[in-house]
Design a protein around this ligand. Structure first.
Ligand SMILES: [Zn+2]
Ligand SMILES: [Zn+2]
Length: 139
């Protein structure tokens, strides 16, 4: 922890967008939904949920509304994925794990949207698995 209470920092590929968080994550989960696959270009996306008031972004972010009530943000220069915010999770910001500088210390708890998981990206890691979302709020 730094003097300012910063526990986590983040940075996109080019460094144009940075982040500081002064709280521990609320949860960490892997999402296997098609939207996350398209936005990252990867088999699935790993998210780190934070209280949005604990997170401060530095730099310019580009917005994309991928579905009603859903806002994805990325770096306009390098295209690196930064965050997800959805009306189903008021008060939270979900950061892409790879955006965090401390990604190796994260402890994922579950897989969501396993019904659209790529068969070649199945991890037998013993974590909780949910067909969609545990709350079934939709995406
Ligand atoms: Zn960037
Ligand atoms: Zn998803």
């Amino acid at each position: 922890m730094t003097e300012d209470g910063i526990l986590y920092t983040g940075r996109c590929l080019c460094g144009g967008v940075k982040m500081e968080a002064v709280a521990e994550p609320l949860w960490v989960a892997h999402c296997h939904c098609p939207s996350c696959r398209k936005t990252t270009g990867a088999a699935f996306a790993t998210y780190v949920g934070f209280d949005k008031n604990a997170v401060r972004f530095i730099g310019e972010l580009q917005l994309y509304k991928s579905s009603p009530g859903v806002m994805r943000r990325f770096c306009p220069t390098c295209g690196g994925t930064v965050s997800f915010m959805g009306e189903a999770w008021p008060g939270e910001v979900h950061l892409h794990a790879g955006f965090l500088d401390q990604a190796e210390s994260l402890k994922p708890e579950s897989h969501v949207f396993t019904r659209t998981e790529m068969p070649w990206a199945h991890m037998d890691d013993g974590l909780e698995r949910h067909e969609t979302f545990p709350s079934d709020d939709g995406h």
